[in-house]
Write a protein that binds this ligand. Sequence first.
Ligand code: HEC
Ligand code: HEC
Length: 341
Amino acid sequence: MSLHTRNLFLTFIITFLSAFSPVLEAEEYPLPLGVPKPIVPSDNPITPEKVALGRKLYFDKRLSANDTVSCATCHDPQKGFADAGPVSTGINGQKGTRSAPTSLDAANYDLQFWDGRALTLEEQAKSPIINPVEMGMPSHDAVVEKLKGIQEYREDFQKVFGGEITIDNIAKAIASFERTLLSGNSPFDRYTYGGDKNALSDQAKKGLEIFNGKGRCITCHEFVSSYALFTDNKFHNLGVGMDKPNPDMGRYDVTKEDKDKGAFKTPTLRNIALTAPYMHDGSEPTLEAAVEFYDKGGNPNPYLSGEMRPLNLTKEEKQALVEFLKSLTSSNIDQLIKPTT
Ligand code: HEC
Ligand code: HEC
């Protein structure tokens, strides 16, 4: 959706929400500096009780087949709501094939997953539960039956949804919790949106210039005059993993269009210093390595994005860029980690 449509839509949603309570009030759903309010689907309004239930489910290992894995196992608040491995480890120590992205600000993506295969957070949340290498439940019915056996959940779902536990309501609660995981107020936000000209060091300011200029990072990791998502919500082939024998084809597997071969969603760069290693396969161990990868123009392959080319950055420019990326760490993450109930 274009930014313009998005803004119209947001205005509509906000008007709609304020006309029909109960919804979260401003102080319960604080928007940190630099972050827009996510789009809330009309069939899943946010309420404090629903968010609290979603939070409980997000951290509950009983959503996995053998009570060992929760959403937070791979999206760990202590690790920037990601995990520290190049790829994730799920039930019985099984490895997946991709790196876990942060849940912070996922609410502001147009599409979910590295390849955009889920359209909403609700749709996304149903998938890890039955993924055999993640939470390993045999079916959605199985997880519903399991939660029905827990009195506390029976009561919670009755209170929040006025009915029995269903997979759709499990997903709605989790998605609502995720819509409150908005991180902002980083030094970058205070500098750009808060008018605090001292929020960035001189080196980070230099890095911002390179981000917007010689490095051309802003082409894909977009931000605008009122907020920063650091994504264009589009898919690009940078050549990550394309030098391997059977490369992950990314977006192509969803669209079957040649232009999408090896293309992945532009991820946000918020809190990037907390979520090493980098890229969909965790192939870049540090921010320095990621910057080197861009400096050489990515990995050559037949589908390489036209935006990728050698940047010829000096050593100082690379260091400044890294310093800038470190200024994207939010100051409100501790608050998001704190339980609200
Ligand atoms: C075993 C580790 C693991 C578990 C458990 C897990 N995830 Fe994930 N999650 C991942 C990985 C890996 C990806 C990226 C997969 C892909 O793009 O194909 C991902 C992607 C996501 C995304 C998409 C974010 C984006 O940037 O596109 C969201 C949202 C998310 N997970 C939320 C959840 C929720 C909610 C749960 C619990 C119901 C959960 N995850 C359980 C590893 C995990
Ligand atoms: C052509 C669009 C494009 C441009 C230009 C671009 N990026 Fe990216 N960026 C992406 C995509 C797409 C990914 C994910 C690629 C993948 O994993 O296959 C990514 C991933 C990253 C990551 C890793 C994020 C994570 O969560 O693992 C970092 C760090 C990063 N970019 C920084 C930069 C910097 C710094 C610049 C400028 C030098 C830049 N990007 C320019 C599209 C772009």
